[in-house]
Design a protein around this ligand. Structure first.
Ligand SMILES: [Zn+2]
Ligand SMILES: [Zn+2]
Length: 332
């Protein structure tokens, strides 16, 4: 087999998104459950390398080899090409070709337009290794601009309160800011300190985010009617008390699960996902024309069953090192 079940490309002794330090790694994107420090050599898109250096330090890998989207790289008898995954800035699918056999590892991906990530490209293949974070039929994501519309209505209806939006610092925060801009919110957006460096990096890499200001140090009275972006943990802790009567919001694909929103004490859940929903997963599997599908990183069983009903060979992969416990600890 060209690729084994630990996403190891044996012919070139290279792992894709390994959970432990390896001599050679291909990294699909900068989220912590895919990109780790300590590899000998990292092959990734220039944006992913820039993100890894900001998060983990300049020397978080022995060496880096940037590879632009769509440029084939021959290593011995194997050819590697990266294609946009549409998940966060720089996120890539990995095409591995060997003697006419084509294998695609999607990493995390979504199909919906998002100007903070290079748009997803469909890649036909024989074996598709797909994520299944939202791999249950119950997951049908609403349109993100409708969710942003609910946030802006709440801001307009309650001008005396601030709105505190919990977002993961890499990807979700920048996407929510871009969606707010697209929806016409051109005033300042206030940032928790944990968001600042990655927002600056996105801007440096060509994603304009408008007027961003640090939330810490702003006068409490000035924050009525304002929107603050913070990590999900911060919206519930002491830090949030500096804002006037904050409405706690959280942007995540998991916010469609009402019980989760309640448990997280979220007053205004916003269903904004950076992964495919159930319909998009099935659509993608069909469009790649893959005869074999390996399902990883989430709800494997339902999607494996669905694939088999379509006449495809399908198997779940339980890859060591992934800690996706359903979105609580994992990044999205
Ligand atoms: Zn992931
Ligand atoms: Zn991710």
């Amino acid at each position: 087999m060209l690729l084994d079940r630990n996403l190891h490309i044996r012919a070139i002794d290279t792992y894709i998104d390994p959970g432990v330090p390896r001599e050679r790694a291909i990294i699909t994107h900068g989220h912590a459950d895919h990109a780790r420090s300590g590899h000998g050599a990292v092959l990734a898109t220039p944006d992913t390398i820039a993100i890894m250096k900001v998060r983990y330090g300049e020397d978080c890998a022995g060496r880096f080899q940037p590879l632009d989207f769509g440029v084939p790289l021959a290593i011995d008898a194997v050819t590697i090409t990266l294609y946009p995954a549409g998940h966060i800035l720089g996120s890539a699918q990995v095409l591995v070709e060997h003697r006419g056999q084509r294998v695609v590892v999607t990493g995390d991906y979504k199909r919906l337009a998002d100007r903070t990530a290079q748009p997803y490209e469909l890649v036909e293949c024989d074996l598709l290794v797909t994520e299944a974070t939202f791999g249950l039929p119950v997951f049908q994501h609403p349109h993100p601009l409708a969710e942003i519309g609910r946030l802006l209505k709440s801001v307009a209806d309650q001008p005396e309160r601030s709105h505190l939006v919990g977002c993961y610092a890499l990807g979700k925060a920048q996407r929510v800011i871009a969606l707010l801009r697209d929806a016409g919110w051109d005033g300042p957006i206030y940032l928790h300190g944990a968001m600042i460096r990655l927002c600056e990096l996105y801007e440096d890499l060509g994603v304009p985010l408008g007027d961003l200001r640090p939330a810490t140090g702003a006068a409490k009275a000035e924050m009525a009617g304002q929107i603050i972006i913070a990590p999900p943990s911060a919206i519930r802790d002491r830090w949030s008390r500096r804002f006037p009567d904050p409405v706690t919001c959280q942007a995540s694909g998991w916010m469609s699960v009402k019980q989760r929103a309640r448990q997280a004490l979220v007053e205004l859940p916003l269903v904004i996902s950076d992964h495919c929903d159930w319909g998009e997963l099935g659509q993608t599997i069909n469009e790649t024309k893959a005869g074999t599908v390996w399902v990883t990183h989430g709800r494997e069983d339902a999607l494996v069953y669905w694939c088999r009903m379509q006449g495809l060979a399908a198997e779940p992969l339980n890859i060591q090192g992934f800690e996706d416990d359903g979105g609580e600890g994992a990044e999205e």
